[in-house]
Design a protein around this ligand. Structure first.
Ligand SMILES: *[C@@H]1O[C@H](CO)[C@@H](O)[C@H](O)[C@H]1NC(C)=O
Ligand SMILES: *[C@@H]1O[C@H](CO)[C@@H](O)[C@H](O)[C@H]1NC(C)=O
Ligand SMILES: *[C@@H]1O[C@H](CO)[C@@H](O)[C@H](O)[C@H]1NC(C)=O
Ligand SMILES: *[C@@H]1O[C@H](CO)[C@@H](O)[C@H](O)[C@H]1NC(C)=O
Ligand SMILES: *[C@@H]1O[C@H](CO)[C@@H](O)[C@H](O)[C@H]1NC(C)=O
Ligand SMILES: *[C@@H]1O[C@H](CO)[C@@H](O)[C@H](O)[C@H]1NC(C)=O
Ligand SMILES: *[C@@H]1O[C@H](CO)[C@@H](O)[C@H](O)[C@H]1NC(C)=O
Ligand SMILES: *[C@@H]1O[C@H](CO)[C@@H](O)[C@H](O)[C@H]1NC(C)=O
Ligand SMILES: *[C@@H]1O[C@H](CO)[C@@H](O)[C@H](O)[C@H]1NC(C)=O
Ligand SMILES: *[C@@H]1O[C@H](CO)[C@@H](O)[C@H](O)[C@H]1NC(C)=O
Length: 626
């Protein structure tokens, strides 16, 4: 830890003992509800917890003591119930507060991960917070037959942005109350949905956090979630009977997808000079799937080869599907709508095929059914199970007017309709893709981000597209002073895969914020398979030896092998200037006005929606459900 950082913390701790009239343990039970603008705090519960076992960031078990606080709040008459949970170190022998606040993010349709995110933060000395945004922790968005439209919109706004801000307000207020001093610095950490929440904060609430650590961010949400449906659409385009529930057997069996994946790795692994299963520069990989057409491969029934199968022959239709998955979504004229998976990313999650039929990725199917196809129709009752792609009658009717096909994703035109509808309705609320970070820059914030190039869910190019647009807007070297995106070759969504993932990026962010030391590269490590049991990049058992180390390069640089030396070791690789990627043209304006400054009730929402600078169709669609 840098010397200046110690000095800052020593000051903070001195302030605590000077001002704190009571010990945190005593003060815990006496905490009172904080004030949250534009919201009503319904209740606060607080209790001291001691000797709670948690897993530290480095994977070891720790025993911690903290003040456990739940704050429940609601907005106007919407009827939402948002739970913010805050864990504040008790400053006893086991758990010393480090003077900082850390808000933590969520995953998928969950806004927060609670104990699994709070535990490591508190073990590291942080006062930490998590929120459920009122959408709960069930992994899907609770759009129900009997929920009101006002509630549905409020939950969407909470999940998109408002609840992260309110978590910051609540967390900082409780820190002030318990310790008698504000946090020295405030941080946000998250991956995937959590990554998106971090970028959202930099865009919309630029003064909430001094430092934001956002991995594999699900930004561009409206386009990303639609594009996640593209592999399923590609299968349907090639095999018209392949919809969920079809009884015609497996199309593009998993063993065939595995064979294409193997083809990518054998064609492109060694292009970087080291054969290690990692495709370091996926942009240089030009694997042609048709080279495998006619090849017979071993394929058991369990691998999707069909009943009794021992082998299957790869077809041209299989190759066409795989090509489409890598190319990403396109409209009927072939114009690119969004990015695809990079070569080296496994397609099995987005192109999930089995004998029971093929299903779209569940998160994206929930988005399609509960929001894109349902929310702009007030008569929709949202009762359809997310996984079956059953449309309401009215939604089917609406789609049929635009497309000859009544199946939502059956052809490129139908897919394009869904994609554009998702974008025109929801970019304004949850796109999280506004490249203007000037307010965050002015506030002195730092945004440290990384993305695995073998991410099999969130397309890495969406993140590179974002920082490139920020650089185009704000000047590249100015951006480099406060926003850096590091790419991790061979790393999957939030970790895993053959590549090395950042080993301790939060420490580097803290040094950037508090010591002014900007990270030139991000040290990364891939542990042995044994260490990988329960471990992600950030929670690996650090006592087991690393098999691969890397110093990750930041966009627009790329990593190249020096040509000699142990390819598993970081110092055999360097960062060089990379080619700028092509940025996909924006077709609708990004959000420029926060939609989240809602006054209470439906009227307040209508006022702020109307005053926002958004596509007219988006406003009309949203007002239609109020
Ligand atoms: C802190 O910053 C100084 C320069 O400002 C730098 O020399 C030093 O290496 C930094 N310390 C750490 C631990 O990063
Ligand atoms: C806060 O809520 C969580 C989840 O319901 C619960 O486990 C915890 O005990 C609550 N904490 C307090 C202090 O009531
Ligand atoms: C880490 O792994 C080593 C070797 O498998 C094991 O001996 C050790 O107990 C582990 N430590 C923790 C804290 O899990
Ligand atoms: C792991 O982290 C905990 C909490 O920060 C710390 O006390 C412990 O010394 C660390 N262990 C190792 C092996 O780094
Ligand atoms: C909504 O429906 C669920 C399940 O049928 C029920 O448990 C719940 O009480 C209902 N909520 C309201 C507000 O009516
Ligand atoms: C996507 O990113 C990769 C890796 O940086 C790059 O090589 C490729 O050109 C990008 N693709 C597009 C379409 O921009
Ligand atoms: C699979 O094998 C079983 C038992 O040998 C047989 O009854 C069945 O007809 C076979 N099915 C197919 C599709 O060949
Ligand atoms: C809700 O939709 C389902 C499926 O479309 C339909 O079966 C059901 O009757 C609808 N319920 C109401 C109350 O409209
Ligand atoms: C891995 O996780 C499982 C389930 O949570 C647990 O039972 C097991 O003890 C963990 N193993 C290690 C080495 O931490
Ligand atoms: C509360 O809502 C009003 C009206 O929309 C808005 O102007 C104000 O900025 C909000 N306050 C905060 C602290 O969010």
């Amino acid at each position: 830890m840098p010397r200046t950082l110690f000095a800052v913390l020593a000051t903070a701790v001195a302030a605590v003992s000077a001002q704190g009239a009571t010990s945190p343990a005593t003060g815990c039970a006496a905490l009172t509800a904080p004030t949250v603008a534009n919201a009503t705090v319904l209740n606060i519960q607080a209790a001291a917890r001691t000797a709670v076992p948690v897993r530290a960031t480095n994977g070891t078990l720790a025993s911690v003591s903290f003040c456990d606080v739940n704050v429940t709040l609601t907005h106007g008459t919407a009827g939402d119930r948002v739970r913010v949970q805050v864990w504040l170190p008790l400053n006893d022998d086991t758990t010393k507060w480090n003077g900082r606040f850390q808000a933590t993010g969520g995953s998928g349709f969950e806004a927060g991960l609670f104990a699994s995110a709070l535990g490591p933060a508190v073990a590291g000395g942080y006062a930490a917070a998590s929120t459920d945004a009122g959408v709960g922790i069930t992994g899907s968005f609770p759009v129900q037959a009997n929920t009101t439209s006002a509630l549905t919109i409020q939950l969407l706004v909470n999940f998109a942005s408002l609840s992260v801000h309110e978590m910051a307000v609540v967390g900082k207020a409780l820190v002030q109350q318990l310790y008698g001093t504000a946090p020295v610095k405030s941080y946000f950490t998250g991956c995937s949905t959590g990554g998106r929440q971090g970028y959202m904060e930099a865009q919309r609430y630029p003064t909430d956090f001094d430092g934001i650590l956002s991995a594999s961010p699900a930004i561009n949400w409206d386009r990303l979630l639609a594009a996640m449906l593209w592999p399923f659409s590609a299968i349907q385009q090639q095999f018209p009977s392949a919809a969920a529930g079809s009884t015609t057997g497996t199309v593009v069996p998993q063993c065939v997808l595995d064979a294409f994946q193997g083809g990518v790795v054998s064609a492109c692994d060694a292009l970087d000079g080291v054969k290690d299963g990692i495709v370091t520069q996926p942009g240089a990989c030009s694997f042609d799937p048709t080279t495998l057409v006619g090849k017979g491969i071993a394929c058991s029934a369990a691998q999707g080869g069909g009943k009794n199968a021992t082998s299957v022959t790869i077809t041209a239709a299989d190759a066409a599907v795989f090509s489409k998955i890598l190319a990403g979504p396109a409209d009927p004229t072939g114009k690119s709508l969004w990015y695809g998976l990079l070569p080296g990313a496994t397609p099995d999650l987005l192109a999930s095929t089995s004998e029971a039929g093929t299903a779209p990725f569940s998160l994206a199917a929930t988005w399609l059914n509960n929001f894109v196809l349902a929310l702009n129709d007030p008569r929709s009752n949202f009762s359809s199970p997310a996984s079956t792609l059953q449309l309401t009658r009215s939604a089917r009717h609406r789609l049929s007017k635009k497309s000859a096909d009544t199946t939502a994703l059956a052809n490129a035109q139908a897919f394009t309709n869904v994609f554009q509808q998702s974008q025109s309705m929801f970019d304004v609320i949850i796109g999280t893709d506004n490249p203007d970070l000037s307010a965050f820059q002015a506030a002195g914030g730092k945004l440290l981000s990384w993305h695995g190039l073998a991410d099999q869910l969130v397309f890495p190019n969406g993140t590179l597209d974002y920082i490139q647009r920020t650089m185009d807007l704000m000047d590249a070297s100015a951006v480099d002073d406060f926003f850096r995106v590091f790419v991790a070759p061979g790393v999957q969504h939030c970790g895993g895969g053959p590549g090395a993932a950042p080993s301790n990026p939060l420490t580097q962010l803290v040094q950037w914020v508090e010591n002014g030391t900007a990270p030139d590269t991000l040290p990364a490590v891939k542990f042995t398979a044994t260490a990988g049991v329960n471990s992600t990049a950030s929670s690996a058992n650090s006592t087991t030896p690393a098999v691969i180390t890397r110093n990750l390069c930041r966009y627009p640089q790329m990593m190249v092998y020096a040509g000699s030396g142990d390819g598993s070791q970081a110092d055999s690789w360097t960062c060089v200037a990379g080619p700028n990627q092509q940025v996909i043209e924006q077709t609708t304006p990004s959000e420029t006005t926060p939609l989240v400054a809602l006054t209470s009730g439906v009227e307040g929402r209508m006022v702020s929606l109307k005053s926002a600078v958004v596509a007219a169709s988006a406003v009309a669609a949203l007002l239609a459900v109020l």
